[in-house]
Design a protein around this ligand. Structure first.
Ligand code: SAH
Ligand code: SF4
Ligand code: F3S
Length: 474
């Protein structure tokens, strides 16, 4: 193994292309021996960032000759994990048991784990002790090395573990296999420097690093040349993009450059931290023909006292002011948010402040989360963790409010004609397709598969709570 590695180039991404070839030789040999293709399966947990990472894993597996399958009893199975809340974490352990059963029947099967959960030492310890059947474990910082790690695993009978604490490296130009031909995510930055006191992301994704704008725009252009119409720019806090580049650039400036890409129809982005959202961004958005009228602006809590302990760097009043400014500049924009209930020390009064913001801002939709204690974060050791029954009661009240408002807000677009990107065949209604509006709402309307990937004018005939029924205009 080591002998063969001596020929491997030291520079990236060349080194990884070398190992892709090596894996390819292995795949050809094995599938010849077995008389069938080798299969691979990827399961993704967590956010858009992880979804994009999985497309990179997929690109390498395909390039190496694996056939992707929806079945988990494949020859190579990988879980790209999330650990933002404990339940994401628990689901992985539960499903590993099932994988073990498959592996007993197919001893050639290799099981790999990567992603955010693997950056936690306690997780890796537990896997090493109680999940010996796992073949490969790596983290978020060295995902670019997947081809090399895969090859090492295939050539070995031992558990391979490679976790980096952090990195400042960004490796460009590795293969990517998109899930959708017509839309794609593009990373503009990695990591997070905000250290919100409840959040584990900065610990598992490392320090904030912005990609060079030239690389981002080049990737966007080549995606468009390949048929992509909608691109979502990804980062934990896109509003702080570019601050640590050699030639600093703002996120709004990056958007303005992206707008110029011919053939690109829609631009989205995730996520915006309220503390860094500039007037310049609002102006660029309001002027733009391509940036979707959707802004995800996580609130987390409506209580200024709690926001301070959360380390969010804004008050209730500042948030409300910002939301109003955005609504004024773009009345047709959909505003969505994330809210946590049951943060340590949250009183009924604090919770009522959150409800108050929800009522004032009137979100088009909101993700609501029960606070989850993450070991290693400051909030985990704060006194006054809230009893489960109290949190559950607040959560239910919040959810009810959020859902009622979302339904009312959706009504404001009923009867209008909107541009829709057709995404898929409707799985429930024969002869229907499903598309997405710029504001991220979903509409079902009669049409065939050939419409997938097209932008169409669709009349929103009826609002059914969280989605619309419509008809294509022509
Ligand atoms: N970078 C993004 C959020 C990424 S995590 C931002 O700042 O908006 C996505 C969401 O998960 C967060 O907005 C938060 O609402 C939720 N979340 C993060 N840590 C959590 C925890 N410990 N318990 C419950 N929800 C959490
Ligand atoms: Fe977590 Fe806050 Fe960073 Fe978002 S901005 S990833 S919530 S630390
Ligand atoms: Fe989860 Fe990691 Fe995303 S913890 S939410 S997958 S950055």
């Amino acid at each position: 193994m080591i002998d063969r590695k001596e020929n491997a180039p030291a520079a990236e991404p060349e080194r990884q292309y070398y190992f892709i070839e090596k894996v390819k030789e292995y795949v050809q040999r094995e599938s010849g021996r077995l008389g069938r293709p080798l299969t691979a399966n990827i399961t993704t947990f967590g956010c858009q960032m992880n979804a994009r990472d999985s497309e990179k894993l997929s690109g390498i597996l395909r390039e190496a000759g694996y056939e992707e399958t929806g079945r988990e009893d494949a020859d190579f199975v990988i879980y790209n994990t999330c650990t933002v809340r404990e339940n994401a974490n628990l689901r992985v352990y539960g499903r590993l048991g099932v994988l073990h059963g498959y592996k007993r029947k197919n001893p050639h099967m290799k099981i790999a784990l990567c992603g955010c959960m693997m950056q936690e030492a306690t997780v890796v310890d537990k896997l090493q002790k109680s999940y010996r059947f796992v073949d490969l474990i790596f983290g978020t910082h060295n995902i670019f090395k997947f081809a090399e790690l895969l090859y090492t695993t295939l050539m070995s009978d031992r558990m391979i573990i490679d976790i980096w604490k952090d990195t400042d490296q960004i490796v460009e130009d590795l293969p990517v296999e998109r899930k959708y031909p017509f839309k794609s995510g593009v990373n503009i930055m990695f990591g997070c420097n905000n250290f919100c006191s409840y959040c584990i992301v900065p610990y598992v994704r490392g320090r904030e690093r912005s990609r060079d704008p030239k690389d981002i725009l080049r990737e966007m252009e080549s995606l468009v040349a390949d048929g992509v119409k909608e691109i979502m720019l990804l980062g934990q806090n896109v509003n702080s993009y570019g601050k640590n580049l050699e030639e600093p650039m703002t996120f709004a400036q990056l958007l303005a450059e992206a707008e110029k890409i011919e053939g690109l129809e829609r631009i989205r982005f995730m996520t915006s931290h309220p503390k860094d959202l500039s007037d310049e961004l609002i102006e660029v958005m309001a002027r733009s023909k391509k940036i979707c009228r959707h802004l995800h602006l996580p609130l987390q809590s409506g209580s200024s006292r709690i926001l301070k302990v959360m380390n969010r760097h804004y008050t209730k009043e500042q948030y409300l002011e910002l939301a109003e400014k955005i609504r004024k500049a773009m009345p047709d924009l959909a505003l969505t948010t994330d809210i946590i209930v049951g943060f340590p020390g949250e009183t009924e009064e604090d919770f009522l402040e959150t409800l108050d913001v929800v009522r004032q801002v009137r979100y088009d939709s909101a993700f609501t989360f029960i606070y989850s204690k993450r070991t290693g974060t400051p909030a985990a050791v704060m006194e006054d963790q809230i009893p489960e029954d109290v949190v559950k009661d607040r959560f239910d009240r919040l959810l009810k409010e959020v859902q009622e408002i979302s339904k009312e807000m959706a009504l404001r677009f009923a009867g209008t004609v909107q541009t829709v990107l057709v995404e898929e065949k409707n799985s429930q209604m024969e002869g229907y397709v499903t598309g997405r509006l710029g504001n991220n709402h979903v509409v079902h309307f009669p049409g065939g598969e050939e419409l997938i990937g097209q932008l169409l004018k669709v009349r929103l005939d009826e609002c059914r709570g969280f989605y619309y029924m419509g008809t294509a205009e022509e």
